[in-house]
Ligand binder design. Structure first.
Ligand SMILES: NC(=O)c1ccc[n+]([C@@H]2O[C@H](COP(=O)([O-])OP(=O)(O)OC[C@H]3O[C@@H](n4cnc5c(N)ncnc54)[C@H](OP(=O)(O)O)[C@@H]3O)[C@@H](O)[C@H]2O)c1
Length: 371
């Protein structure tokens, strides 16, 4: 008789079925007792992990944004959509910058109806094309006099592909496109100072390396490409904050946590299916995930925190690699080159270091005469 064969044993006067094993009999009644325990432990673990991942600090500020104009990239779904809804409720004029204009129009109508805020508009913006980004900026600046808040949210995560300009797509859409967009909009942001740029980042950056000699990523890996694009966004946040501090353009990097959105839709194969199923069970809702983005858009108390990174409406420290000023400056210069923009000679921080300006922690600038 082999493992798993049934036999019968006498126990307390009555016959019970058992499973025969090499050195012991396992009582079926014992198994019916053990299985519920295993199921309970699994369910409890899932419950606790879910609670941990979904832990969210709701935006503590009730500030409104009446009279303020906000642009959100990738606004037609996920975090962008949830953020648009919340900022519309707070009275902002919201520009939904989407690559699918029809989806943008449908959402604009939905938000107008739900919030009774009529100032919701959709524009075409494809982050994978420098030409399309320039067209968006021209269209936007010709129609809208103000830009108070720019939310760089759109992202691609998927198999290896390139942008229209031939750059690796994850880097191109998630980082370079946003660099170019923000750069072209900087005059409008400076005119509306103090204005805010919110870069949606991800803690995946900790797994990233940024090799300037291998921007095409010869050994492509979906997650590493995504992580690299987010590392670039973090470096960009710090560098732009230093450069534009004296113009009172404030920058923040927001990690929203793990959120159930369409982000994983392009991840192929079994891994993609498992990740999507897991995200539906464990991850936060977009409404919870957008709380820190909303906080950075509205809160007064974070004005002095330009160039910082937040999660759950609190500051968090990023790793040293993401704070490397030389790397950030190199990336800035390379990005200007990739976007065919002219090089810039000086940063605000360089200007400060020779004593022309002194910028205090609260963002106010004091003139200081050269000795
Ligand atoms: N979900 C998470 O767990 C998580 C965690 C950390 C950080 N984030 C970040 O949160 C941000 C929002 O992502 P999400 O989770 O809300 O994902 P999502 O639901 O997939 O939203 C991404 C948005 O980006 C848009 N997009 C993609 N390629 C574009 C392009 N070439 N031009 C213009 N728009 C483009 C998408 O438009 P289409 O619908 O037309 O494709 C979509 O609206 C991203 O920056 C992401 O990296 C997410």
């Amino acid at each position: 008789m082999g493992h798993g064969d049934f036999t019968h044993s006498r126990s307390k006067g009555r016959e019970k079925p058992t499973i025969w094993q090499a050195d012991q009999d396992v009582d079926i009644e014992d198994l019916t007792f053990v299985i519920p325990i295993i199921i309970s432990v699994v369910l409890l673990s899932v419950f606790l992990i879910r609670k941990y991942i979904r832990w969210t600090v709701q935006c503590p500020s009730n500030n409104r944004l009446d009279g303020k104009t906000v642009v959100i990239t990738g606004a037609n779904t996920g975090l962008g959509k949830a953020t648009a809804m919340e900022l519309a409720k707070r009275g902002a004029k919201v520009i939904l910058a989407c690559r699918d204009r029809k989806k943008g129009d449908v959402l604009a109508r939905q938000i107008r109806i739900k919030t009774t805020n009529e100032e919701i508009y959709s524009y075409h913006l494809d982050m994978s094309s420098l030409v399309a980004i320039k067209e968006f900026v021209d269209d936007f600046t010709s129609r809208e006099p103000f830009l108070h808040i720019l939310i760089n949210n759109a992202a691609y995560l998927g198999p290896k592909a390139t942008t229209e300009d031939g750059y690796e797509r994850t880097f191109g859409v998630n980082y370079l496109g946003h660099f170019y967009l923000t750069y072209l909009l900087q005059d409008r942001l400076k005119r509306c100072a103090s204005s805010r740029v919110i870069n949606v980042i991800s803690d995946s950056y900790t797994k990233a390396t940024l090799d300037f000699e291998d921007l095409a990523m010869a050994k492509y890996n979906i997650y590493k490409a995504y992580a690299r694009s987010k590392l670039a966004m973090i470096l960009f946040t710090g560098e732009a904050a230093r450069r534009w501090m004296s113009s009172h353009v404030l920058l923040y990097g927001v990690h929203p946590g793990m959120v159930c959105t369409d982000l994983l839709r392009n991840w192929p194969g079994l891994t993609g299916n498992i990740l999507r199923a897991t995200s539906r069970i464990l991850f936060k809702s977009p409404e919870d995930g957008c709380q820190t983005i909303v906080y950075c858009a509205v809160a007064n108390e974070i004005k002095a925190q330009t160039g910082k990174y937040l999660e759950n409406c609190q500051l968090f420290k990023v790793k040293k690699t993401a704070l490397d000023k030389d790397m950030a400056q190199k990336l800035w210069e390379l990005s200007l080159h990739l976007c065919k923009l002219p090089p810039e000679p000086k940063t605000d921080s360089e200007v400060r270091s020779i004593g022309k300006h002194e910028v205090k922690a609260d963002g106010k600038e004091e003139d200081k005469k050269l000795k």
